[in-house]
Write a protein that binds this ligand. Structure first.
Ligand code: SAH
Ligand code: SF4
Ligand code: F3S
Length: 439
């Protein structure tokens, strides 16, 4: 057991990767609160440094090792300092991390966070702690939470984890394991608790969030139940797979007022040959059909996507099909990446596209996506939207928040408080944000 000291111990946690890691980091901070830790923003005065890592692309893992290198001098000065690696690199690399960086005390995979307090105690006794199991139990139920701390107006809530899709390029099915859904009752009680602590917008998270089956009516069912919670004003969810976009969820976009008109729906590529080799299990046309049905349900829906350029054997013609699909959809925002070879995934074995070609295609795709994003953002000028205010803006007297469509919006903030949800008229469109006036 760890000894209880009067002065709290300090935990520095650095988070990489997706929103699910952000949520996990919050839960780990809360769980280690029970061991007497409070969060600090600097590694320099920390008693424990925890990196919550991402393995999705090659550079992500290398970044972790170089970050660890930067803590070497701290560990040399203070041998009591504990250094831990969590997340998807921890899951994928396991013991290798301790071999490459022997100063690491603790390696914990994403499904074992509820064992973190024990592991911390073990590390405190000078024993290396490693846990990369995929245990049966629900880690979130076992992760103790701190007494009700006040929260900001927006929160993530993980409802589903893991992936059974096995896209040929992706490590997630290996690092996060099989698809698991949290029971609806637990999700709802966590949501109520968040609302009591000041949260007004919840984003439901899952690697394949629309494959959620913890409610007998699926993700649409839990969204409808969440919408009944007084004080919860906005609901979002991410990330969805096109094949799991069922009728009930599409209907929810038409009928549930609290469900925001923004959807992240990755497609990855526009060529059917490449989609097949990616093992995406859908075609460009079936994706476009889903988009069409969504827009029929919710005409003002803003779509966002993920794209990979330079997947093995992608030709210029294949890439052109991606550009065509992007033209057909008109995205409000998007994330695009050069294909990154991940050892152990099927695509890594295929003939690779040159780095120069990847660079060139990424540049062209991003130029097109950038133009679309800007055009849709500019089209907001003159419109009225809801804005949830999250923090003071950059200039004095300003407040910043997010529109229903997830645009960053700032307004002159006379009398506004963080957490206010107000109607705003958009008056100007800037490089990365909109300017609005309160109605
Ligand atoms: N579950 C989600 C997101 C998974 S990871 C989904 O299915 O869409 C987030 C994004 O990273 C993916 O959508 C993909 O665009 C990108 N990605 C995953 N593996 C990659 C790789 N090996 N190289 C480049 N990008 C990758
Ligand atoms: Fe990765 Fe595909 Fe699963 Fe998304 S659906 S997490 S891209 S394997
Ligand atoms: Fe990265 Fe793991 Fe998320 S690999 S994107 S942190 S699921």
């Amino acid at each position: 057991m760890s000894q209880s000291k009067t002065a709290p111990k300090k935990l520095f946690i650095k988070t990489y990767g997706c929103q699910m890691n952000v949520y996990d980091s919050e839960r780990m901070v809360e769980a280690l609160g029970g061991q007497g830790y409070v969060e600090t923003q600097s590694p320099d005065d920390a008693d424990m440094i925890l990196l919550n890592t991402c393995h999705i692309r090659e550079k992500a893992a290398e970044k972790v090792y170089s970050e660890l290198g930067r803590y070497k001098h701290l560990k040399a000065e203070r041998p009591d300092l504990k250094i831990g690696v969590a997340g998807c690199v921890a899951q994928a690399e396991g013991e290798e991390i301790i071999r490459r960086q022997p100063m690491v005390d603790l390696v914990v995979g994403p499904q074992s966070y509820h064992r973190l307090p024990e592991m911390e105690a073990k590390a405190g006794a000078g024993v290396k702690a490693l846990d990369t199991d995929f245990p049966e139990e629900d880690k979130f139920e076992k992760l103790t939470s701190r007494p009700k701390a006040k929260r900001g107006p927006t929160a993530f809530l993980t409802v589903q984890e893991g992936c059974d899709k096995f896209c040929a390029f992706c490590v997630v099915p290996y690092t996060r394991g099989a698809e698991v859904s949290r029971p609806a009752g637990r999700v709802l009680s966590e949501a109520r608790d968040l609302v009591e602590r000041g949260v007004r917008e919840i984003t439901l998270l899952g690697q394949n969030v629309n494959a959620y089956h913890g409610h007998d009516k699926g993700l649409a069912g839990i969204i409808r139940d969440l919408a009944k919670i007084d004080g919860l004003e906005r609901i979002r969810f991410t990330t969805s797979h096109p094949n799991d976009m069922d009728d009930a969820l599409i209907a929810a976009h038409a009928e549930v007022e609290k469900l925001m008109p923004y959807l992240h729906l990755p497609v990855q590529a526009g060529s059917d040959k490449i989609l097949k080799r990616m093992n995406r299990q859908h075609t460009a046309e079936s994706y476009l059909k889903v988009v069409e049905r969504l827009r029929a349900a919710r005409p003002d829906l803003h779509l966002s996507g993920d794209f990979i350029v330079g997947f093995p054997e992608e030709t210029e013609e294949d890439f052109q099909a991606t550009l065509d699909l992007v033209e057909a959809v008109q995205y409000g925002s998007a994330f695009s990446f050069k294909y990154s070879e991940r050892p152990g995934t099927p695509a890594a074995e295929r003939p690779q596209v040159s780095e120069d070609e990847k660079d060139d295609r990424l540049q062209r795709l991003q130029a097109l996506l950038g133009r679309q994003q800007r055009a849709l953002q500019d089209a907001m000028v003159g419109r009225e939207v809801g804005v949830l205010f999250e923090k003071p803006g950059r200039k004095p007297g300003q407040m910043g928040g997010k529109s229903d469509y997830l645009h960053a919006v700032h307004v002159a903030g006379e009398g506004l408080s963080v957490g206010d949800l107000r109607r705003v008229r958009i008056v100007e469109s800037g490089a990365n944000s909109l300017k609005g006036e309160l109605l």
